[in-house]
Design a protein around this ligand. Structure first.
Ligand SMILES: Cc1ncc(COP(=O)(O)O)c(C=O)c1O
Length: 393
């Protein structure tokens, strides 16, 4: 992997990205050197590479600030025991995680990222004639699999400012609904639900329907987990599953670790379709990440600051975006087809994200595009190129 670190503030152009390539992987080397010398590195001081394999990669909602140095140190220390199967590492994670979330240990299922839980729910619940209800322009992993298994998907329209419309969601629920899936914050719009409203909606859903709340990005919302999480509802509502991942706020996407919180009967139903669990290495990294609250808090601040910065720049350029984004991305109105913008950015070695539509007539959001949040320096490269392509100043 080739990576480089930006030395000074840079805006746009292929040339500016190419210049960055000449600098060696200073940030990663610095972090590794400090760790091997057993020095605890304050998270904000680790320089981050601007390019990976020659590209500014702000396409897949990966955390560009990396993961906890404490998790890395423990991984390094335990790597050599990889000849053994998982011992108690997952059980230890579950114990820690149960205390962290105020639930019993048998309410937690650990998986290799939270993606498997979305698939398992589709496998366990989809049947011809049954449906899943969700919001248009949301994350489609669960609903696509549900449909592939012969079930139907019912989309509720977006509300004001591309937010949730819980009345519209409630209207879609019928006698054949088996799951209501809510992604909070939503991907790609970044909308965060008002917690009281979301709670009221969940408690109004008929008790036999599974309410699935995907909290993949909740750690990095401005107000964080505590006021927004729906995990406490698993103690009062049986048909409920809340998923979390270590891929986003904790920055461990490639290590693959996530978990679901729900009643043991719900977890058992999903577990029937599970083929393998996470690796013990991911479990020990997740233990350390969960304990390293300072690192997570720094990452939350990093996301908050850069989100606000990019929104201000888009506003200055007169570019519309989905209001108040709270995830690892911003959904914006490019004014030219998103696919075309993607291709032009790619020519400048900048990878931006998805232009998929769901639950709307094809072409409704044709000129919209998602960009992931990177460092301010990376976003400056993106914004510079965006203004060049769109002829803005
Ligand atoms: C909303 C949402 N949920 C779940 C996932 C799954 O991620 P992972 O399997 O890495 O936890 C993603 C990945 O991008 C996502 O955007």
């Amino acid at each position: 992997m080739q990576c480089s670190v930006i030395g000074n503030r840079s805006r746009g152009s292929t040339q500016s990205v190419m210049n960055l390539l000449t600098t060696a992987c200073v940030g990663r080397l610095l972090a590794a050197a400090l760790l091997s010398a057993s020095v605890l590195v304050p998270p904000s001081t680790i320089a981050q590479p601007v390019t990976v394999d020659g590209k500014v990669k702000i396409s897949s909602n990966e955390n560009v600030w990396g993961f906890s140095p404490k998790a890395l140190a423990r991984l390094q220390a335990e790597l050599a025991t990889g000849n053994y199967y998982n011992r108690d590492e997952i059980a230890e994670f579950i114990k820690l995680c149960a205390a962290h979330n105020g639930v019993k240990e048998n309410y937690i299922m650990a998986t290799a990222g939270s993606g498997p839980l979305l698939s398992l729910a589709a496998l366990a619940y989809a049947q011809p004639g049954k449906n899943v209800v969700t919001t248009a322009m949301g994350y489609t992993s669960l609903v696509n699999r549900f449909e592939a298994r012969g079930g139907n998907v019912k989309f509720a329209p977006l509300g004001a400012d591309m937010g949730y419309d819980f009345k519209a969601l409630a209207r879609e629920i019928d006698d054949n609904t088996v799951i209501v899936y809510i992604c909070n914050p939503n991907n790609p719009t970044g909308t965060l639900a008002d917690p009281a409203e979301l709670r009221r909606f969940i408690l109004s859903v008929p008790a036999h329907i599974l309410v699935f709340v995907d909290e993949a990005y909740l750690e990095i919302a401005d107000t964080g987990l505590k006021p927004n999480t729906m995990i406490p509802l698993v103690n009062v509502r049986k048909n409920m599953l809340v998923t979390r991942t270590f891929s986003k706020g904790h920055g461990m996407a490639g290590l693959r670790f996530g978990y679901g919180v729900g009643h043991p009967e719900v977890l058992d139903r999903l577990g029937e379709y599970s083929t393998s669990g996470p690796s013990f290495l991911a479990a020990i990294a997740a233990q350390e990440a969960l304990k390293d609250e300072a690192f997570l808090e720094q990452n939350r601040k990093n996301y908050s600051e850069v989100r606000k910065y990019v929104c201000a720049e888009l506003t200055r350029m007169g570019i519309e975006y989905a209001k108040d984004p709270q995830g690892a991305f911003i959904y914006f109105h490019a004014g030219i087809p998103g696919a075309e913008l993607n291709a032009k950015m790619r020519e400048a070695n900048i990878l931006i994200g998805n232009t998929r539509e769901s639950g709307v007539p094809e072409g409704t959001y044709k000129n919209w595009c998602r960009v992931s949040i990177g460092t301010k320096e990376q976003m400056d490269v993106f914004l510079g190129e965006l203004s060049r392509i769109l002829g803005k100043t």
